[in-house]
Design a protein around this ligand. Structure first.
Ligand code: NDP
Length: 445
């Protein structure tokens, strides 16, 4: 490893020892930049990496809200404005009890590289709260979102910081936050993406991450003269990313045989009935185990068992570190050919190494799940131009962006790692170089 990178990493570990996901993301990313940093001694002189691993700004605030019984509850929320070298901060809000600063910094770092890869002018940001929307009424979720925005509105703006959804934040939550922003700021603009179609949202945003993931997987397979057609597919999660990955994989001729939620997984060898999953997860907001109550599939408790289901393609689409070494070994035993990350950092580092060492094509999340933020970028463009593109226009642009990301990552991988299928190194380098160039050009800010 390059000595400068090694020094920055040790400093980062010392300073952020308690932020384990942030340390993990930096440990996975920085060493892959060695070849580039070797070629740019000026990075060290200008403290480029020290600046790159420190968010530009972190905002932490309390969110008091009243539950249905009239009791006041308090949650903790953050907005991490990670890097604005190439555009306004852009990245989702996550509502989940596990949310803490370390997780949001890891997501902000990943987002910075991901947004750069899309080729669109977006910096990196991320935010969220340790609020659990599960089991809350619509009124409670609305009051929470309104209270959160009552503080957050002063820190965001359509040309400074544009939040969106993530785990626990879908159309409903984005709409409540947008309503409150509009009311307080007195402005109707593209300050959030993932909005409803009737108030400035883009067609195709809901589907974009999952669809983009399949387009990316298809591009990787194409280089090996293969495709998704006829493949069996296992997809973890049953949220926004997982559902639309399953939809597109099926449209592309694959058969999705297993999906999960945080409690367990279902297997349906005849192909998952997605209408049922959408109804259970998007409308009833119930557990995936409900699927078997409709006379379909087999349910097993515990979400990690899903990797033991033999398949050609595995798409981890739930959360960070959900696919560990044991899961990777099970997948290889089941003869998996490709793993592409719909979630952010779902695969642990040892699992990634095991998969690639066993010849499995591996698409890292920064590249493979960039479809969501790409269409968010397209939503920003449509809002700024006060127009709406058609579904076909958005989908064509999404496909082109995913193909470009795959090509650029592969070219960088070949050039710097001597292996055009090393998408981990390729994506990190291709995304980082653009951010680094902008940071160098803008001086030590
Ligand atoms: P959702 O909230 O819509 O869905 C999350 C899904 O993951 C749910 O099925 C949830 O199950 C499951 N899940 C959550 N925690 C765990 C866990 N510890 N173990 C197993 N399953 C779990 O989120 P999204 O689909 O939007 O996001 C999923 C991932 O994709 C995240 O990593 C996110 O950062 C990433 N991502 C999302 C993008 C987007 O556009 N939405 C864009 C790019 C990346 P349950 O219902 O039981 O909680």
């Amino acid at each position: 490893m390059n000595a400068y990178i090694s020094r920055v990493l040790s400093g980062l570990k010392e300073k952020n020892a308690h932020e384990k996901e942030f340390v993990q993301a930096a440990e996975e990313m920085l060493p892959t930049l060695s070849a580039v940093v070797d070629n740019h001694p000026e990075y060290e002189k200008t403290g480029l990496l020290e600046r790159f691993v420190e968010p530009e700004r972190v905002i932490q605030f309390r969110v008091p809200w009243t539950d249905d019984s009239g009791t006041v509850r308090v949650n903790r929320a953050f907005r991490v404005q990670y890097n604005s070298a190439i555009g306004p901060y852009k990245g989702g809000m996550r509502f989940h009890p596990s949310v803490n600063l370390g997780i949001l910094k890891f997501l902000g770092l990943e987002q910075t590289i991901k947004n750069s890869l899309t080729g669109l002018p977006m910096g990196g940001g991320k935010g969220g709260a340790d609020f659990d929307p599960h089991g809350k009424s619509d009124g409670e979720v609305m009051r929470f979102c309104q209270s959160l925005m009552t503080e957050m509105y002063r820190h965001i703006g359509f040309d400074t910081d544009v939040p969106a959804g993530d785990i626990g934040v879908g159309k409903r939550e984005v709409a409540y936050m947008f309503g409150q922003y509009k009311r307080i700021a007195g402005a109707f603009n593209g300050v959030l993406t993932g909005k409803g179609l009737s108030f400035g949202g883009s067609v195709g945003r809901t589907e974009a991450t999952g669809y983009g993931l399949c387009y990316f997987a298809q591009e990787m397979l194409k280089k090996r003269g293969d495709s998704l057609r006829g493949k069996t597919c296992v997809i973890s999660g049953s949220g926004n990313v997982a559902v639309y990955a399953a939809e597109k994989a099926t449209q592309m001729g694959a058969k999705v045989i297993a999906m999960s939620d945080s409690q367990g997984y279902i297997v349906d060898e005849s192909g998952i009935d997605l209408d049922q999953i959408k109804s259970i997860k998007e409308i009833e907001r119930a557990r995936i185990s409900e699927y078997t109550a409709r006379g379909k599939g087999v349910y097993s408790a515990g979400s990690s068992g899903i990797w033991h289901v033999p398949c050609d393609i595995a798409l981890p689409c739930a959360t960070q570190n959900e696919l560990d070494l044991e899961g990777a070994k099970a997948l290889v035993l089941g003869k998996v050919k490709l793993v592409a990350e719909g979630a952010n950092m779902p695969t642990t580092m040892d699992a990634t190494e095991f998969l690639t060492a066993n010849g499995v094509l591996f698409g890292p999340g920064k590249a493979a799940n960039a479809g969501g933020v790409s269409v968010s970028g397209l939503e920003m463009t449509q809002n700024a131009m006060h127009l709406s593109w058609t579904k076909e226009e958005v989908d064509t642009k999404l496909q082109a962006i995913m193909a470009d990301i795959c090509k650029n990552a592969s070219v960088a991988a070949k050039r710097y790692a001597g292996n055009e299928e090393d998408y981990v190194t390729g994506a990190n380098i291709a995304g980082f170089l653009k951010v680094a160039e902008a940071m160098m050009a803008q001086g030590a800010v």
